[in-house]
Design a protein around this ligand. Structure first.
Ligand code: BG6
Length: 506
C-alpha cells in the first residue's frame, strides 16, 4: 500500500485553498472601499499564506504615483484595517509584487501600458498571465473600462485566465441592469464575471446553508405550516456624511434590498440544492427569486423614510438634508421596507418583510423566522402575559450566532410562562475568528470559485422584484422623516400593523 502524505492529498478538505499564479488589478485604488476593504483583504490573504509566491497587485489610477507611492498606500491601509497582525516579513514579500500604472479610463495608451506592466510581471514573477480586474469604480465607467480591456487584448483568455470583478450597483433598475450585463458579457463570458455581493462572503450568511441542510431539526418546521412570517433586518447606526456622491439618488432600497437582503431571503427560502456545485446553488436561488413578488397594495406594504436630526447614543447628529454633499431637497430614502411573497408550496401565505436603514437604533443584521402561535394554550391568560412568538433568529452581525426564542416556566409556585432565549454564539463556540467577507471573495475570484457570486439572472430577477416599489416611490412625495437613533418611520410600523404584526426590536 502506498502512503499518501495528507498534506498533499487534494481530497483533504482541511487543506487551505491556495490561489495559483495570478495577479490582481484594482481600478479605483483611491476609493474608500479599496482602502478599507480590498487592500487589507489582500494583505490578510498574504499573511495567511493563501496567495501564490509570485502574486502581484497592480493599482490603476489618475494620480501621479510611483510604485513606491502606491505600495505605501497599501501598507498604510493594511496596517490600519487588516484583520490579522501586521508582519514586516509578510509585507516585504507582498510589496515586491506591487506596481502602479498611472492612467485614465478613456486613454488607449494607459491600457497599453497596463498590458505591458502585466506582461513584465509575468516574465519577472511568473503570474502565468492570469489576471483578475477589480472594478471598484462608478458604474458609469464600467463600459469604458470593459471596452478598453477588450481593445488592449487584456480580456483575451489565451494568455492565461482573465476575470472581471464588479461592485454594485449593477444598474438602477431592470432595464439598466440588462444593458450593463450586455456590455460586460460582450467582453467577458459569464463564467469570467464575478459580481460582488459582500454579504455572501460573511460566515454567518454561509452558515444559513449549514443550519438548514446539515440538520434534521429545523427542516420540518421551515415552511408555511409553522412559520408565520420572516423578518430580515439590516440596520445601521452610521449616517451618510461623505457618501453623497454614491448615495444621493440611489437610496436604501437600491443600495441594500436589491442585493444583500434579497440574497439573504433567497438563501433562507430556497429548496435544498442537489449539491453545492455553483450551478446547483444558483439554480435554486434563481427558482426562488423567480417566484418572488412584492405584495399589493404596494403603498401599504412598503415604507420609506429619510433620517432627520437626532441623537445617536450620546452624539447629536444632523439629518440627511444637512449632510455635506446632499441637496437640500433630496428625496433619497435612507430607510426602506418592503413586503414580498413567494409563490411556492413551501411559502404560500408567508410574508417576508425586508427592511434596512441608516441612523437607526443600532447596527444589527438578522434574519428572524417568526413562528405561528401554538394552536391552543392550556393556561390562563394571566399566566402567559409575556409570551410572544417562537422565533429562530440568525444573527448575521455584529454578535454572530443563532438564537432560539421559546416560552419557559418562570420559577415559582405558579404556572407563569415567559419567553426566553437559547443562544449559540460564534465567538464562544469557536476560537478562530472568521475571515472578512472580502478576504473570502477575493480568494474565490483568484481560485475561479463562483458559488458566492450572484449571476446575471439573479441580479435581473432582484430588480424585477423591486422595480414596482421604486416606480411607486418615484411618482412623488417626500420620504417620511424619522428621528436619527430611532427605529425608522411610523409608516414602517403601520405596514406591519395592518396585518396585526410588529417588527422585532433587535
Ligand atoms: C454596502 C452598502 O453594500 O454595505 C453600504 O453600500 C453599507 O451602504 C454596507 O453601509 C454595510 O456593510 P457591512 O458589511 O458593514 O454590513
Amino acid at each position: 500500500m502506498t502512503w499518501t502524505n495528507p498534506l498533499r492529498d487534494p481530497r483533504d478538505r482541511r487543506l487551505p485553498r491556495i490561489a495559483g499564479p495570478s495577479s490582481l488589478v484594482i481600478f479605483g485604488v483611491t476609493g474608500d472601499l479599496s482602502r478599507r476593504k480590498l487592500m487589507p483583504a489582500v494583505y490578510d490573504l498574504a499573511n495567511r499564506g493563501l496567495l501564490p509566491p509570485g502574486f502581484s497587485l497592480v493599482g490603476f489610477g489618475r494620480r501621479p504615483w510611483t510604485d513606491e507611492d502606491f505600495a505605501a498606500t497599501v501598507r498604510e491601509a493594511a496596517k490600519a484595517h487588516s484583520r490579522t497582525e501586521f508582519r514586516d516579513d509578510v509585507w516585504e514579500r507582498l510589496a515586491e509584487g506591487i506596481r502602479f500604472v498611472q492612467g485614465a479610463f478613456d486613454d488607449d495608451d494607459s491600457f497599453d501600458r497596463l498590458s505591458a506592466a502585466l506582461a513584465d510581471l509575468d516574465a519577472e514573477r511568473g503570474t502565468g498571465g492570469n489576471t483578475a480586474f477589480y472594478l471598484s469604480i462608478p458604474p458609469d465607467a464600467f463600459p469604458t473600462v470593459c471596452e478598453q480591456l477588450k481593445r488592449s487584448g487584456l480580456a483575451d483568455q489565451s494568455e492565461g485566465w482573465r476575470r472581471v470583478v464588479i461592485e454594485k450597483p449593477f444598474g438602477h433598475d431592470l432595464e439598466s441592469a440588462q444593458k450593463l450585463n450586455a456590455v460586460v458579457n460582450d467582453v467577458f463570458a459569464e463564467d469570467s464575471v464575478f459580481r460582488i455581493d459582500h454579504y455572501l462572503g460573511k460566515e454567518t450568511v454561509q452558515n444559513i446553508l449549514a443550519l438548514r441542510f446539515a440538520n434534521q431539526l429545523f427542516e420540518p418546521t421551515w415552511n408555511s405550516h409553522y412559520v408565520d412570517s420572516v423578518q430580515i433586518t439590516m440596520a445601521e447606526d452610521i449616517g451618510l456624511g461623505g457618501r453623497a456622491g454614491y448615495y444621493d439618488g440611489i437610496g436604501a432600497a437600491r443600495d441594500v434590498i436589491q442585493n444583500h437582503l434579497l440574497q439573504l431571503m433567497a438563501l433562507v427560502a430556497m429548496e435544498e440544492p442537489t449539491s453545492f456545485h455553483p450551478a446547483e446553488l444558483q439554480a435554486e436561488k434563481i427558482k426562488v427569486l423567480s417566484a418572488t413578488s412584492p405584495v399589493e397594495p404596494l403603498a401599504e406594504t412598503s415604507a420609506r423614510g429619510q433620517y432627520g436630526p437626532g441623537w445617536q447614543g450620546s452624539e447629536k447628529v444632523v439629518g440627511l438634508l444637512q449632510e455635506e454633499g446632499f441637496s437640500e431637497t433630496s428625496t433619497t430614502e435612507t430607510y426602506a421596507a418592503i413586503t414580498v411573497e413567494i409563490a411556492s408550496r413551501r411559502w404560500a401565505g408567508v410574508p417576508f418583510y425586508l427592511r434596512t436603514g441608516k441612523r437607526l437604533g443600532r447596527r444589527v443584521t438578522e434574519i428572524a423566522l417568526m413562528f405561528k402561535r401554538a394552536p391552543h394554550l392550556p393556561f390562563d391568560d394571566t399566566m402567559t402575559e409575556e409570551l410572544g412568538q417562537n422565533a429562530l433568529v440568525i444573527r448575521v452581525q455584529p454578535d454572530e450566532g443563532v438564537t432560539l426564542r421559546f416560552g419557559s416556566k418562570v420559577p415559582g409556585s405558579s404556572m407563569e410562562v415567559r419567553d426566553v432565549n437559547m443562544d449559540f454564539s460564534y465567538g464562544e463556540a469557536f476560537t478562530v475568528s472568521s475571515p472578512e467577507a472580502y478576504e473570502r471573495l477575493i480568494l474565490d475570484v483568484l481560485l475561479g470559485e463562483p458559488s458566492l457570486f450572484p449571476v446575471n439572472a439573479e441580479v435581473e430577477l432582484s430588480w424585477k422584484i423591486l422595480d414596482p416599489v421604486l416606480a411607486l416611490w418615484a411618482e412623488g412625495g417626500r420620504p417620511e422623516e424619522y428621528e436619527s437613533g430611532s427605529w425608522g418611520p411610523a409608516s414602517a410600523d403601520a405596514m406591519l400593523a395592518r396585518t396585526g404584526r410588529t417588527w422585532r426590536r433587535p
